[in-house]
Design a protein around this ligand. Structure first.
Ligand SMILES: [Zn+2]
Length: 518
């Protein structure tokens, strides 16, 4: 077809292709693609480059010889990062991404797919102590970097020699870098050259799957969101949604982090998520049952993929990058369309058998007759979910149609009827918060809810309810707090799933996969 002759697939020189994509967007991107789809005549390059394509046009096309049997489909599309350039990209969904990202040092498809039923194996027992020490060094730098090695030794209790050894290893892996000495020291003694995180070398992919849209993002090692993209997905089947997310991730990496190595992809979603197998066991609002998200995404992206529930993911995020008291013990209460919770004490996030902990959706609340899909009435999720609120606002004539963002904007703008709906809801959330505080007695309870940051009075209403109902919590102003990541919580949730694995075991499989492939 197209008068093109196809030759065998050559190994892709990925960095060249990526650089070309960014700086000379018209031809070299095709040159990279054309390594897969070789032209009979060089002039045909222009013919392809000038041809306008729809943003995402599936092509009925057989995979070129040499692609092997991993190819599912070939597709051409416009680059979503450079929409004005109309770059035609032939994407062979699996092989292209392996070519551009996988070979960019990461991971071979076979490795990704044969990680085994329990995911990539963590460091073995012999290496566990070494990795725990490296983890302590890395976390000290995360907290206080730039920081001198001698200070790390004091903070962690490790010997100076051990800190020097771990710093060198972490620098070799691209996680730390030495900074020039701030002020030259006079006199004797070794200079105190500080070390800091190397945030320019790696990037963490993040995917959050909400009921109506997916958030795809890139984070650096400090949990800063470099870029995030929201994609509506109503009506897409699980496999199609994950393939689409993989494409967006590919675009973000090519467009926004062309010179960084992807560490992998962290995925967070509501419902019941089994982290060990990377499976969404049940997500009623998405209609998913036993969807092997990790394996599907590892197949699409060629990257290491970690999957967890979003409340637990946000616990990881708070403990790594957020509220200082979260490291003692923390309860995370997430209230969106899905309502769920997670709990951590010390370094341990509680999962329970098959990671089913935190299912507070059907906790009964007072003063609610809202029917629930479980058959009862007055369940927490049915009462406070965004969908319920939007529906009620429409029924009462406040909105023309049930639209939660519109209701939120109305309340944020000062409309008293809309604000009252949110304040009533905040008191229901406060009931659940009081119960969780009494049962688990955490140092801090973090509420992740869009109204908290946008509608004045919501957080105080929750705290008032906690004060009235809790027997153990005497200081709701201190104990009940908003998320540390307003506006970015979904992107951070996805990224934190991966970054938690990195900080927990920096000498473990995430980076050893990269270094073996390089
Ligand atoms: Zn229920």
């Amino acid at each position: 077809m197209d008068g093109l002759e196809r030759g065998p697939v050559e190994p892709v020189e990925p960095l060249a292709a990526v650089t070309a994509h960014v700086h000379r967007p018209h031809l070299p991107q095709d040159a990279q693609v054309l390594r897969h789809l070789r032209l009979g005549q060089p002039e045909q390059l222009d013919e392809i480059a000038d041809r306008p394509f729809a943003a995402h046009e599936d092509v009925e096309d057989l995979p070129p010889p040499g692609f092997g049997d991993r190819v599912e489909r070939v597709r051409r599309r416009r680059c979503s990062c450079h929409a004005t350039h109309h770059i035609p990209i032939w994407v062979c969904v699996k092989t292209h991404i392996l070519g551009t990202l996988g070979a960019r040092r990461a991971v071979c498809h076979d490795q990704a797919m044969t990680a085994g039923p329990d995911g990539p194996q963590r460091t073995d027992a012999r290496g566990a102590r070494r990795s725990a020490s490296a983890s302590a060094v890395l976390r000290a730098v995360l907290d206080e970097g730039p920081i001198a090695r001698s200070t790390i030794a004091r903070r962690t209790g490790l010997s100076a020699a051990a800190v020097t050894g771990h710093s060198a290893e972490l620098a070799r892996l691209g996680l730390l870098r030495e900074l020039p000495e701030a002020e030259p020291r006079r006199g004797v003694g070794r200079p105190h050259v500080p070390v800091d995180l190397d945030t320019g070398r790696h990037v963490a992919g993040a995917l959050h799957l909400a009921v109506h849209h997916a958030t795809v993002a890139l984070l650096d090692l400090r949990g800063n969101v470099l870029v995030q993209h929201e994609e509506p997905h109503d009506g897409l089947a699980a496999e199609d949604l994950l393939a689409r997310a993989a494409e967006i991730l590919d675009d973000l990496l090519l467009g926004h982090a062309p010179d960084r190595e992807p560490l992998g992809l962290g995925v967070a979603t509501g419902g019941w998520v089994d982290r060990a197998s990377g499976t969404v066991v049940e997500h009623p609002l998405l209609g998913w049952r036993n969807v092997p998200v990790r394996d599907l995404l590892a197949g699409c992206t060629g990257l290491a993929v970690e999957v967890d529930g979003h409340a637990r993911a946000l616990v990881h995020a708070e403990r790594l990058f957020g509220h200082p008291r979260a490291r003692e013990s923390v309860v995370q209460l997430f209230t969106g369309n899905v309502v769920d919770a997670a709990f951590a004490t010390g370094d341990t996030v509680h999962h329970g058998p098959r990671s089913a902990a935190g299912a507070v959706a059907h906790l009964p609340v007072d003063d609610s007759a809202e029917p629930c899909r479980c058959g009862r009435t007055g369940c927490l999720e049915a009462t406070v979910s965004e969908g319920t609120l939007a529906r009620k606002a429409a029924e009462s004539g406040l909105l023309a149609r049930p639209d939660f963002p519109e209701l939120l904007a109305l309340a944020a703008s000062g409309d008293s009827a809309a604000a009252r709906i949110f304040h009533d809801r905040a008191r229901h959330i406060g009931q659940a918060a009081a119960l969780l505080l009494d049962v688990l007695n955490p140092a801090v309870l973090v509420v992740v809810d869009r109204s908290v940051a946008q509608v004045p009075g919501c957080l105080p209403a929750m705290r008032d309810e906690v004060r009235a109902r809790s027997r153990g919590c005497t200081d709701p102003e201190e104990s009940v707090v908003a998320t540390s990541f307003p506006g970015h919580e979904l992107a951070i949730a996805g990224g934190a799933v991966l970054l938690d694995v990195l900080y927990d075991d920096p000498l473990g499989p995430l980076l050893t996969r990269l270094s073996h492939a390089s």
